[in-house]
Design a protein around this ligand. Structure first.
Ligand SMILES: Cc1cc2nc3c(=O)[nH]c(=O)nc-3n(C[C@H](O)[C@H](O)[C@H](O)COP(=O)(O)O)c2cc1C
Length: 148
């Protein structure tokens, strides 16, 4: 059994639906999952749960407004999380070119600066290729959990 905190960034609800689907499925398999729609730093510093970012990309490779305050506080305060496992699921659209899935890179950089430990490769979900991000996220997260 693993305790997981999902940090959600979403504009139109795709990433949020993905996070909620993961919670439902993983809790059915005995894990404990907290979905954070408006995360604050205390949501991660008050526990040692594995961290899973599930965010879309907006603007020009930017973070959605609901995740941005968390990101800025994380960058400002850099609460050290040595060895803490994290994973990244990022939604984007490859037609945006260079900024494809940029939000995931921003979160990865910030978490690395806290000395957290990345587990698995980033899952990049391309809106051009799928209308069901949760269908890609579910098998990925099962593999991720085996490495956490
Ligand atoms: C205004 C706007 C800007 C976007 N900018 C980017 C971008 O820079 N890079 C990218 O990969 N996707 C970009 N996207 C695509 C979204 O990330 C993608 O559609 C995603 O599935 C939306 O997820 P959500 O429903 O959780 O917000 C943008 C979409 C919109 C509407």
């Amino acid at each position: 059994m693993t305790s997981i905190r999902i940090l959600v960034g979403s504009v139109y609800g795709g990433a949020l639906l993905t996070a909620r689907t993961l919670k439902k499925e993983l809790e059915g398999e005995g894990h404990h999952v907290t979905v954070l729609e408006n995360p604050v730093l205390d949501d991660i510093t008050s526990n040692n749960d594995a961290l899973l970012v599930c965010t879309s990309t907006t603007g020009q490779g930017e973070l959605p407004a609901n995740l941005l305050p968390f990101y800025l506080d994380l960058r400002d305060q850099l609460p050290q999380q040595p060895g803490r496992p994290f994973g990244i699921i990022v939604l984007g659209d490859s037609s945006y070119g260079d900024t494809f899935c940029g939000a995931g890179d921003l979160m990865e950089e910030a978490l690395y600066e806290t000395a957290a430990r990345k587990v698995g490769d980033t899952l990049r979900i391309d809106a051009l290729e799928t209308m069901e991000p949760e269908a890609e996220a579910l098998p990925w997260v099962r593999g991720w959990l085996e490495q956490v």
